[in-house]
Design a protein around this ligand. Sequence first.
Ligand code: PLP
Ligand code: TYF
Length: 396
Amino acid sequence: LFGNVEAFAGDPILSLNIAFQGDPRTEKVNLTIGIYMDGNGKVPVLPSVKAAAEKLGFGVRSYIPMEGLADYRRLVQELVFGKGSKLLAEKRVATMQSLGGTGALSIAADFLAKHTPGRPVYVSDPTWDNHHGLFQRAGFETKTYPYWDGATRTLRFDDMMKTLEEAPAGSIVIVQPVCHNPTGVDLSPAQQDALSDLLIAKQHIPVFDMAYQGFADGIDEDASFVRRYAERASSFLVANSFSKNFSLYGERVGGLSVVCATADEADRVLGQLKLAVRRSYSNPPTTGAQIVATVLGDPALRALWEAEVAEMRVRMKAMREALAAEVKKLSNEIDVGFITQQRGMFSYTGLSKAQVVQMRDTDGVYLVESGRMCVAGLTENNVAAVAKSLVAARGA
Ligand code: PLP
Ligand code: TYF
């Protein structure tokens, strides 16, 4: 019956992690998957999260509503759109609790496939690979807009605008508003505004995918693209994730918010989102959302969490500076500006696949084959070795 089932090639990033685990070298360094690690190379349990979990204990585990916990959904809205948001006052946002950012995008794709079918979906070149997969699975054809210029390690902004200008009106456009995965290159505020003008003029449907809120400049600062867009546009979507900024990867906590033209429209959209969830997994899990809602809803825990996010952000920036400084010590030929200018968890190094393989084989330094480095894997203890490996590979 299943004799012709094709083998699954696996996810290249997850496969690299398995290879890393099996590597016997003690000096190995994992700079692959987008997981924040602390200065000791460990995935942290945030004290705010631990305190919330202890406060909650293990209570009743009945089903929760299809759309998720009410407090959680309100707090998601306030975190994404800002507490004083006009949209929220007008009740124009339908927000669901989701299974991480991936689950939010998956429900978004199903919803759009049903209600706005047949439109092209534009994603950045390059992007998080699952953007293609999730929207293709929902029945869409995905296309790319230019984003990364390998020669200058900067944004191809004019080309990006041209492609989206030439796209059919009403196209779906996935936009990472902050800490772009995989490049670490974001739009400047002026570029964000120019892109917003174009998206509105062309009646494109943006899906903002915000997986790293708080990892660039701050929790509110990182939401500013979405919030400024919200002041002007009547319909768009936002997927947000707490995997990284709460270090709750395995709990699968995120949100999908669909901004609508009116409160009545938002009511009906929420109904359709509930239906999509009902037909998929019925209702979301309890624990992660309870923890996030407890932290965000308690002033003391929230202040603690904000400080913890700041600590993660500052450490990643410090590691970028340290790597750039270590590379400079070894070579004057390499322009290290890109390492410190890029933001968030990732740096697109421009290293070729052969160079990445050399670093892995020779030094046990693991990057993704596209040349993406997760800077959250750098520590005081390994940064010099990583710099040495990088400089050697560049010369090879
Ligand atoms: N979107 C982007 C751009 C990501 O980098 C990620 C993954 O880390 C996600 C979405 C999915 O996040 P989650 O793990 O919450 O599903
Ligand atoms: O790009 C990353 O590393 C993160 C984590 O199938 C991730 O987004 C990677 C692969 C995957 C799921 C999450």
